[in-house]
Design a binder for this molecule. Structure first.
Ligand SMILES: *Cc1c(COP(=O)(O)O)cnc(C)c1O
Length: 375
């Protein structure tokens, strides 16, 4: 695949591999894979790479999954200097294991790192860290249905120091967790609570970085959403739509135009970008611009806006059934078999699971059969 990388970045780091001496028994693993849920079970190994101001990236290792020992003064525990990524490994029908546009996640991890004053992991090293873990834990990649192995790279300030400055010691890890099909009985519309009291991010803040603090800020409004009987919460800024706590939002107009918020405080999802590219290739007009709540409200009322959906790696795409606010609600038309949201979802997952040809060079092979990762 064509990666926009600076290849002088390539670090000749060798991973020291220590196999887990007590991996989960086959029967126990199979039992977990039969019903993994999301984020509850973890594989037998993890990747760990250290960084220090003096030593650059070093000590790359694949190790048994286990506890991390940290000094109580580790900066991340006090000031939240932390970033993460999320992507999935998919097993294709021939048994091979692939991931989706990981260069985009590697580049986003670098953007997040810049905002959080963390070191930028070279993208080739990011890709290698995924391959190393998936090769050690290949048996944990489920097959069949829309199952996957969720990969969670993360990086944090490990230096013991209570002064407030960017840490000079940082740890990078990758862990992995098998994931079942998000929607078991078919794709189900979600209900969204509109948060008017809280924001998740601000102009010039950390909204465009994938960092734990944004999630911490979203938990209280999320509780409010649950109390209102809603699944998720939508954040606004200056009267414009931002996103959900962990998913981007797209509206579909009657004429087939897809409209999505553009803002410096939104996390730019790989899923959204991919769905919009698929739609653009089918001839749909795409508008990335500020989108006011008014526009959605009026458009839904007049029939100008016919679909709304949320998208992100975990659920891929969820149609939005209703947006509920303190004093009004927007009811969206029922999702039907010919809704655009379902056909975009279908095409994206067909690419990810290898059911149709990947014409855009999006898939990247992770398992041992692949050298260089090219499709
Ligand atoms: C990760 C994330 C998304 C979705 O990004 P994908 O790359 O599509 O998974 C959207 N919003 C927030 C806040 C996120 O953290």
């Amino acid at each position: 695949m064509s990666l926009s990388l600076n290849l002088t970045d390539v670090t000749p780091l060798q991973f020291a591999v220590t196999p887990n001496p007590a991996p989960k028994a086959d029967a126990e693993r199979e039992e977990i894979l039969a019903n993994p849920g999301f984020g509850q079970y973890f594989t037998d190994h993890m990747v760990q790479i250290h960084w220090s101001e003096r030593g650059d990236w070093h000590r790359a290792a694949v190790e048994p999954y286990g506890k991390i020992s940290l000094d109580p003064a580790a900066a991340v525990l006090h000031y939240g200097q932390e970033i993460f990524e999320g992507l999935k490994a998919f097993r294709h029908a021939d048994g091979s294991i692939w991931t989706f546009r990981p260069d985009q996640n590697g580049l986003r991890l670098q953007r997040s790192a810049r905002r959080l004053a963390l070191p930028e992991l070279p993208v080739p090293l990011f890709l290698e860290s995924l391959k190393q873990l998936v090769r050690a834990d290949a048996a944990w990649v489920p097959g069949g249905g829309e199952t996957s192995l969720y990969l969670r790279p993360f990086m944090f300030a490990s230096e013991s120091f209570l002064g407030v400055r960017a840490a000079k010691k940082v740890y990078y890890f990758v862990i992995a967790s098998p994931a079942g099909a998000y929607f078991k009985g078919g794709v189900k519309p979600v209900s969204i609570w509109l948060s008017t009291e809280y924001q998740r991010a601000a102009h010039g803040g950390t909204g465009a970085a994938k960092t734990g603090g944004n999630y911490a800020a979203s938990l209280l409004p999320q509780q409010e959403a649950y109390a209102q009987g809603c699944d998720q919460v939508l954040f606004l800024q200056d009267g414009n739509l931002e996103e959900l706590g962990g998913m981007n939002v797209v509206l579909v107009k009657k004429d087939g135009t897809l409209v999505t918020p553009a803002s410096d405080s939104i996390l730019e999802g790989v899923t959204r970008d991919s769905l919009l590219q698929i739609a653009a290739d089918r001839g749909h007009a795409i508008e990335r611009r500020p989108v006011s709540l008014e526009e959605w409200r009026d458009g839904a009322a007049s029939g100008e806006i016919v679909e709304a959906f949320a998208c992100g790696t975990a659920a891929v795409v969820s149609p939005i059934g209703v947006l509920k606010a303190k004093d009004f609600s927007i009811e969206m038309p029922e999702t039907t078999a010919d809704s655009l949201v379902l056909s975009l979802r279908g095409e994206l997952t067909d690419i990810q699971y290898g059911r149709i040809e990947d014409t855009r060079g999006w898939m990247y092979r992770l398992d041992a059969g692949a050298e260089g990762g090219a499709a």
